[in-house]
Design a protein around this ligand. Structure first.
Ligand code: PHE
Length: 346
């Protein structure tokens, strides 16, 4: 027995990796394993010899089991230290800065605008980016042969739909949805969203951009309400109390009268600088009183109700607010640009 003991202990000690250990394990303790054989041999002994032999064999079996377990522990420890040694590991080094996600500057400003407008009683509406010709043009008083279609170069899809060129189609969708559900104006909504135009991209034009539409319909809504709302909005977004606005006539088939709203240049306070091209004013958004045909297309009686609408180019506002001079930066995905807006995800 002593011979076997020495043989087995030597075999265990010689197994220095997982594979060898598994082999030794099955050679000793497998179904026809040598240790198991020895245990079984007890039953072949004379009855009176069995207790002493059995005890000795059990002790030996335990010893071998322990030796195997100890060797297993040694082998796995060695494997671990080897793995760690292969990794460049310097416990004294400080941990790398974790890159946290942050909001895109357009989202930051959009969130502020949504907060502001919802606090004024507006609700947030959404609409599809793939739009029908009807909602994008016809229902907005832009029939097929109207020259105004030329100013909105459009991505057409094979099925006759298109990528919406502005958020204005949601004006119609909202009016229809409200009316279908039996609501009556007042109706106050904003529609932030992504729009597309087949533009040649340069520092002030993008094929993909963000607008925020506003629509208010009620009895007796006037241009004065429009101006007040826009002043409040710009005061908050541009963080200034001393802003002046002015309206110039602007043509959009879905408003009458239509305006371009200018704000006195926040960079030079209206004195004239390179940003406002010495004019003292910056064109900020188109707006106007909703055209009766548009109210009609939305199922609202223009004899009873009037409304105003505006279409804010979000990038434009963000550019003014942060002094950004190239619209391509927004979609460029350049980390050096984006990391300058560290407002973290909320
Ligand atoms: N939808 C127009 C555009 O994108 C902007 C606009 C909206 C003008 C609402 C007037 C009223 O050009």
């Amino acid at each position: 027995m002593e011979d076997r003991r020495r043989l087995w202990l030597a075999a265990i000690a010689a197994a220095t990796d997982e594979v060898a250990l598994r082999e030794v394990d099955s050679r000793l303790f497998g179904k026809k394993g040598e240790v198991q054989d020895l245990v079984r041999s007890v039953s072949a002994l004379q009855k009176e010899d069995r207790p002493t032999a059995g005890k000795a064999i059990n002790l030996l079996k335990q010893e071998i089991e322990q030796a195997l377990a100890a060797q297993q522990e040694r082998v796995s420890q060695a494997a671990l230290s080897k793995a760690v040694a292969n990794v460049d590991f310097d416990p004294s080094e400080s941990s790398p800065r974790r890159l946290a996600g942050a909001l895109h500057p357009i989202t930051i400003v959009q969130n502020e605008l949504v907060d502001l407008f919802t606090s004024m009683g507006f609700s947030w509406q959404d609409g599809p980016e793939v739009e029908s010709e009807h909602f994008n043009f016809d229902a907005l008083n832009i029939p097929r042969d109207h020259p105004a279609r030329e100013s909105q170069d459009t991505f057409w899809l094979n099925d006759g739909n298109l990528l919406r060129t502005h958020t204005s189609p949601v004006q119609i969708r909202t009016m229809l949805r409200y009316c279908k559900n039996g609501f009556e104006p007042p109706l106050k909504v904003i529609v932030p969203g992504r729009c597309f135009r087949a533009e040649t991209v340069d520092r002030s034009h993008e094929h993909t951009f963000y607008q925020m539409e506003g629509l208010v319909v009620d009895r007796f809504v006037s241009t004065a309400n429009l101006i007040h709302t826009m002043k409040t909005c710009l005061r908050v977004v541009l963080g200034r109390d001393d802003l002046k606005v002015r309206l110039r006539p602007g043509f959009f088939p879905f408003v009458e009268p239509g305006f371009e709203l200018d704000v006195n240049c926040p960079f030079c306070n209206g004195k004239g600088c390179s940003v406002c091209k010495q004019s003292g004013w910056i064109e900020i958004l188109p707006c106007g009183m909703v055209h009766p045909n548009v109210l009609r297309a939305g199922g609202i009686d223009p004899e009873v109700y009037t409304g105003f609408a505006f279409g804010m180019g979000l990038q434009r506002v963000v550019m003014l607010r942060y002094g950004i001079d190239d619209i391509r930066l927004f979609m460029g995905g350049d980390q050096r640009f984006l990391q300058q807006f560290p407002e973290v995800l909320r």
